[in-house]
Design a protein around this ligand. Structure first.
Ligand code: NAD
Length: 349
């Protein structure tokens, strides 16, 4: 019989965290998950409506910056590992109001990892025998590497060059985590992933915005000339990668995770519009959903191109993205359609 394990997931009521909790609960019967989430505007309890009833899932509402609370969690439960997702994650908000980004993403990360160190280690490089297998996995982004020209890919050893307060705060968090391995010998691993898409993403992000506007027949806003390039990964593929890195990699390693799926923002918008034309035709009078696209003033400091080299995780851990963009978008759009239908926000599907 496999020994039962309790894992702490921070930020598990958000987009990727909720997908990850569902993935872990469904795939491992020996795992208990404690989800610590502040429930900011980006969180939604509905993201976990199916998981909530599971006896192996527990929710604690709280802030990762609240050290007393984090210490209590570590003292009350024998946490065997941390999956650290909690963050302020929307670049536009970080331009409007950067403070919360540095507070949560940098200081919050420090509070959680320092609590783990105090619980799991007796002194630098000495892990208490009981906690010898405990690991801290930090979930980060490819945006820490800054922007690329037409050529090249971000590799794990690419220099950090963040441009937005969001990416700068995530870069700061990555360095906090790195230092806890170098200085204390804490068992940490970091993942830097490209743009995720899929069910349960907050309405404010690019793909849900395009879908929502298309469903409602409203103008679809695209920044600048629409030629900024992002690499897209279906969220379940990210969850599988996190699971692999947590269970199979060596302490101190970092892994880039991407979908080998570079698309300009306008290409993504076209793909969504074309699927919407099939699922909800607007009729000859109104034309294609593509006609709803409208260009808006670019975001300041908007990185031109992100592209990620995932060859290390593929080679070392045997990971590879499984969902192609067409099928992934179809699944995502269908999910949003049923969400809005359930809320009576869509007339005809
Ligand atoms: P999200 O905004 O959907 O969810 C973040 C969650 O963190 C929310 O539930 C929120 O309530 C919680 N949270 C925020 N501040 C908190 C605090 N102080 N204490 C406790 N909980 C707090 O974000 P997401 O898209 O799911 O991203 C999750 C992680 O993955 C982040 O660390 C993000 O940087 C990283 N990431 C995201 C992407 C992407 O494309 N979405 C790509 C790569 C990496």
């Amino acid at each position: 019989k496999i020994e039962e394990q309790i894992y702490l997931v921070t930020g598990g009521a958000g987009f990727i965290g909720s997908n990850f909790i569902r993935y872990m609960i469904n795939n491992y019967s020996h795992i208990h998950i404690i989800n610590l989430d502040k429930m900011t505007y980006a969180a939604d309890q509905e993201n976990l409506c199916d998981v909530k009833k599971n006896g192996r899932y527990q929710f604690i509402q709280g802030d990762i910056c609240n050290r007393a609370l984090i210490d209590t969690v570590f003292n009350e439960y024998d946490i065997a590992g941390v999956f650290h997702f909690a963050a302020e994650s929307h670049v536009d908000n970080s331009i409007e109001d950067p403070g919360e980004f540095f507070q949560t993403n940098v200081i919050g990360t420090y509070q959680v990892i320092d609590a783990a160190r105090k619980k799991w280690m007796s002194s630098p490089f000495v892990i208490k025998p009981k906690y010898s297998n405990c690991r801290f996995l930090h979930v980060s982004t490819d945006e820490v590497f800054g922007t690329l020209g037409d050529e090249g890919l971000f590799k794990e050893n690419s220099p950090y060059s963040p441009n937005s307060p969001y990416s700068a705060s995530k870069a700061g968090a990555d360095f906090v985590v790195r230092s806890y391995h170098s200085t204390f010998g804490l068992n940490v691993v970091t993942t830097n992933c490209s743009n995720n898409y899929g069910p349960y993403q907050h309405d404010e992000k690019l793909i849900p915005t395009i879908i929502r506007k298309a469903i409602n027949g409203e103008k679809i806003p695209i920044y600048g000339d629409g030629k900024n390039i992002r690499d897209w990964l279906f969220v379940e593929d990210h969850c599988k990668a996190i699971d692999l890195v947590f269970n199979k990699s060596v302490a101190g390693e970092t892994y880039n995770i991407g979908g080998f799926c570079e698309l300009t923002n306008i290409e993504i918008a076209y793909k969504i519009c074309d699927i919407m034309d099939k699922l909800m035709p607007r009729g000859t009078l109104l034309g294609s959903h593509r006609d709803l696209i409208t260009y808006v003033t670019d975001r300041p400091g908007h990185d031109k191109r992100y592209a990620i080299d995932s060859s290390k995780i593929m080679r070392e851990l045997g990971w590879k993205p499984q969902e192609n963009i067409e099928d992934g978008l179809m699944r995502t759009i269908r999910w949003y359609l049923s969400k809005y239908k359930a809320k009576n926000e869509v007339g005809v599907i």
